[in-house]
Design a binder for this molecule. Structure first.
Ligand code: GDP
Ligand code: CO
Length: 401
């Protein structure tokens, strides 16, 4: 793969947010180095990418998606990666979860891939979290809450238990296996460029095509991402005093974290997880609030945003889903301790308008979007042992122990 070095970078305390980087070649061949001496382009050969993928887990959250799509996604993930599928698909009237697990078992044999499949709301899993004091992921019924973020957090814990250094996330509703393959390589390239153990790689889609008047329109941004990015940038501008448009990936479902960073973050539930990552990174490492993470402050935290060559085609989930996502994104920004007061006021009004609450009522965003504690709170050996002994839906394929 051949891509730009970051062309410009915004800094907030220990955090570097790199501007969007372009890819010049998806595959730049086997040999190292260049014919001429380039200073602005970084090249990764097969081996460099492959070495990083060996240390990477890809978490695929699933809820009631078409099995054909899940199959395509699995086929796009390079063989070196450990794949972790966390499913919250309904088990009745039809047991969708078992259908998924069965499909994956069969495919996994042909792919010869290491794959984990687990059911998010398995009562035995809820019991383990309860026992380990990790209540922030639980619903009142004692099971893990519904939500994409909840699934992702379980995926991260499993990545940690298999000693992976990097964990990437890829949605299961993607129509293009080639795009999935590119996302994973983008993660590897980002980690290969990072100069700190604390890094976050975010995919920026080159196009998100839509059908309009019977033809494909290659639109660049969805409405939700446009508004989320604008407000994240306003937050940053409000803090630094300099206007910026650096953030382009506020809602990107395709992103990856190095394990040391993954272990340090709090996670906001459901669909608010992606924008909240920015907020939490700024709060923890931006130098505005006291930090509990001196090592990360010393080493620095890097956020890379890399633009794909493949367009993004996924399932259309309709308008109310988009509104829900937007509200969650705005609430995570408005709820931040470092959100400038005028921005917060504007966001409160906007959210009140969207959700029909009276704006004079102070909304408690934390209640609606509870935050999950950092995964470092969990003793991983004990978690692993319990998972293996007690959770019947913890399926492992491809010779995984
Ligand atoms: P969008 O692409 O951001 O509009 O959101 P999607 O509705 O496509 O969801 C993103 C991914 O998360 C998809 O792969 C969903 O199947 C998955 N997902 C949604 N809700 C849940 C959940 O409660 N648990 C899990 N494990 N996955 C979920
Ligand atoms: Co989707």
């Amino acid at each position: 793969m051949k891509l730009d070095f970051p062309r410009y970078t915004e800094r907030l305390g220990a955090v570097s947010i790199h501007g969007v980087q372009r890819i010049y070649e998806l595959d730049s061949g086997k040999s190292k180095g260049f014919l001429t001496s380039h200073q602005t382009i970084k090249k990764f050969d097969y081996d460099e990418i492959s070495n990083i993928l060996h240390d990477m887990a890809i978490v695929v959250p699933v809820k009631d998606e078409k099995l054909k799509l899940l199959e395509g996604v699995l086929s796009g993930i390079p063989n070196e990666c450990l794949v972790i599928i966390i499913s919250n698909s309904p088990r009745n009237p039809v047991d969708r979860f078992t259908m998924e697990a069965e499909t994956v078992r069969q495919l996994g044999r042909f792919m010869d891939k290491r794959i984990v499949v687990m059911y998010q709301r398995d009562p035995a899993l809820g019991d383990i979290f309860k026992k380990l004091g990790y209540d922030s992921i639980l619903a009142p019924d004692g099971n893990v809450r519904n939500g994409k973020a909840e699934g992702m957090v379980i995926g991260m814990l499993i990545a940690k238990m298999y000693q992976k250094d990097y964990v990437g996330f890829i949605d299961s509703d993607n129509y293009v296996p080639g795009a999935v393959n590119e996302y994973v390589k983008i993660f590897a390239a980002g980690f290969g460029m990072a100069s700190t153990p604390y890094s976050n790689i975010r995919v920026s889609w080159v196009f998100k095509p839509k059908v309009r008047n019977n033809s494909l329109q290659f639109s660049k941004w969805g409405r939700v991402s446009e508004v989320t990015n604008k407000n994240l940038n306003s937050m940053l501008s409000g803090i630094t005093g300099f206007e910026t448009e650096v953030i382009k990936t506020g809602n990107s479902g395709e992103h990856a974290l190095s394990m040391p960073l993954a272990e340090s973050l709090h996670y906001s539930s459901g669909y608010s997880i992606e924008p909240y990552e920015f907020v939490d990174i700024f709060e923890k490492f931006g130098g505005l609030l006291p930090s509990d993470y001196p090592n990360a402050i010393e080493k620095g935290v890097e956020i890379f945003q890399i633009e794909t060559r493949n367009p993004h085609f996924h399932e259309d989930k309709g308008k109310s889903h988009l509104n829900e996502m937007l509200e969650a994104a705005l609430a995570t920004i408005a709820g931040s301790k470092i959100c400038p007061p005028d921005l917060k006021e504007g966001l409160d009004d906007q959210i009140a308008h969207m959700s029909g609450i009276k704006s004079h009522k102070k909304p408690d965003y934390r209640k609606k979007y509870p935050v999950i504690e950092p995964i470092s709170a969990i003793p991983i050996e004990e978690f692993a042992k319990n998972l293996r002994e007690k959770v019947e839906t913890f399926f492992r394929y491809g010779g995984l122990k």
